[in-house]
Design a protein around this ligand. Structure first.
Ligand code: ZN
Length: 231
């Protein structure tokens, strides 16, 4: 594994990610905060700052008060689906605009910019497992961790265990970015979450019709990680 400034990747992927780091760093270097106009721009794109906890613990709390007729499980599931879908759309749109603006055409180069962009935008640091095999077809498979996930951090701050795996936006955004980069439909699912008592926030990404099979194979290959834990 190679630990770079903004991402950790298998050694074979390091050269591409080093290029991506330089590209994304130059993009984020052109930041302008103009509170007198109420605007933040990076390059010529408008950005907004959002307090991270509002998009995790805070949003789940809002769902509880807005939909009291739903039971706890349904409230959690609906909130998670909304956050996942929102982030998935954002990841797709950001990947599209970023690759066009920066002139990145090669699929793996486009994917490489994703985790680095993620790190600069404050969403998460990404560690890509050597078990991954990103390809432009049904075989696409990515395993990765977000060791400093803002979503898990907001629950851990409360010092009580989350009701489930909570890193929905991290999963959705990364799947959206990779889907656009590779031109294949992709979903990501969190299989371990620090906020739920696991040792890491770990994700599996694959085409939708293969995700269950990929997760089952991962769990079978790493039974120690899942012993005495929830599915
Ligand atoms: Zn997590």
């Amino acid at each position: 594994m190679r630990v770079l400034n903004t991402v950790t990747v298998p050694g074979s992927m390091a050269p591409l990610f080093e290029q991506a780091q330089a590209l994304v760093q130059s993009y984020f270097g052109d930041r302008r905060f103009a509170p007198e106009r109420g605007s933040i721009t990076i390059g010529d794109e408008r950005y907004i700052l959002v307090r991270a906890e509002s998009l995790s613990v805070g949003f789940f709390g809002f769902m509880r008060s807005a939909y009291p007729a739903l039971d706890d499980e349904d409230q959690f599931s609906v909130a998670g689906t909304i956050l996942y879908d929102l982030a998935h759309g954002m990841g797709m749109a950001d990947a599209e605009v970023f690759s066009r603006k920066m002139g990145v055409d090669d699929p793996i180069a486009r994917l490489s910019c994703g985790p680095v962009h993620f790190a600069h935008a404050g969403w998460a640091f990404v560690e890509i497992s050597a078990e991954s095999s990103p390809s432009m077809d049904d075989e696409f498979y990515l395993v990765y961790d977000h060791p400093y996930s803002f979503e898990a951090a907001s629950w851990l701050e409360r010092r009580d265990r989350a009701p489930g795996k909570v890193c929905f936006m991290g999963a959705g955004y990364s799947a959206g970015w990779c889907q656009v980069s590779f031109g294949v439909p992709l979903v990501a699912r969190e299989i371990l979450c620090r906020a739920h008592g696991d040792p890491a926030c770990r994700f599996v990404m694959a085409p939708p019709h293969r995700i269950d099979e990929r997760i089952a194979a991962y769990r079978a290959a790493h039974p120690d990680l899942f012993a005495d834990r929830h599915a």
